[in-house]
Ligand binder design. Structure first.
Ligand code: PGA
Length: 256
């Protein structure tokens, strides 16, 4: 069974043209193991420069570009929104969808997230679907219920077969940007739950979906996390803004 590993950089509302340039230059000699993709997700204004620079430097084709969000609508009067087609026009291949910051600050619901995943898949973009529980939810043993309630609307809308083209990022909200990483055992246990949940709908698809861990992943803890049976890489925030650290994380990932 070949399951691709993915390391995705979520720059959030950080970075600038200098980072675009230093990241691409840094990635010219990154060492990647078998069956690994790297996805850089800058803020929208830098997507175009990033695409141009990646092409100019003829980076390894395993290095791809992603957006941090996308509209569920095809086109129309949605001021400030960006459509799947616009991203495809720029050669963007991935889109982070349903990040916990979008769910909490911009009130994105799991239904809206499902519409976005559907729109992305229809346009040939690979969604990086983010799910995760809050600290209070973990403390009250609701983690599995919460994750199921975030996954089920997407399965209902797009159908489990389409998950073959979906990447899932499990990010416990309490671990994002806090320096508190889930232990590798805790992360593995939760990833195993997610894979089993998908397997109830389709075992074959579940075995192939890359499950990324996110939340304070750095150059020191990535190796242990990525060694877990159901962890297929990571969604990296803070550490993805530091080129050398990010390269170490990319090199630690390995397809399973
Ligand atoms: P972090 O962010 O690595 O800074 O914790 C991860 C994320 O929010 O995707």
């Amino acid at each position: 069974m070949a399951r691709r590993a993915i390391v995705a950089a979520n720059w959030k509302m950080n970075g600038d043209l200098t980072l675009v340039n230093t990241m691409v230059t840094g990635l010219t000699n990154v060492e990647l193991q078998d069956n690994v993709s790297v996805v850089i997700c800058p803020s929208t204004p830098y997507l175009s420069s990033l695409v141009t620079k990646v092409k100019a430097e003829q980076l390894n084709t395993a290095i791809c570009i992603g957006a941090q969000n996308v509209s569920e609508h095809e086109s129309g009067a949605y001021t400030g929104e960006i459509s799947t087609k616009m991203l495809r026009d720029l050669s963007v291949e991935f889109a982070i969808i349903g990040h916990s910051e979008r769910r909490s600050y911009y009130k994105e619901t799991s239904t809206q997230v499902a519409h976005k995943v559907n729109a992305a898949l229809n346009a040939g973009l690979t969604p990086i679907l983010c799910i995760g529980e809050s600290e209070a939810e973990r403390a009250t043993e609701q983690t599995e219920t919460v994750l199921a309630s975030q996954l089920q609307p997407v399965i209902d809308e797009v159908g489990i077969e389409k998950f073959i083209d979906v990447v899932i990022a499990y990010e416990p909200v309490w671990a994002i940007g806090t320096g508190k990483t889930a232990s590798s055992e805790m992360a593995q246990e939760t990833h195993q739950f997610i894979r089993q949940f998908l397997a109830q709908a389709n075992e074959n698809v579940a075995a192939k979906v890359p499950l990324l861990y996110g939340g304070s992943v750095n150059a020191s803890n990535c190796e242990e996390l990525f060694a877990q049976a159901d962890i297929d890489g990571g969604l990296i925030g803070g550490a993805s803004l530091q080129v050398e650290q990010f390269k170490i994380i990319c090199s630690a990932a390995k397809g399973k």
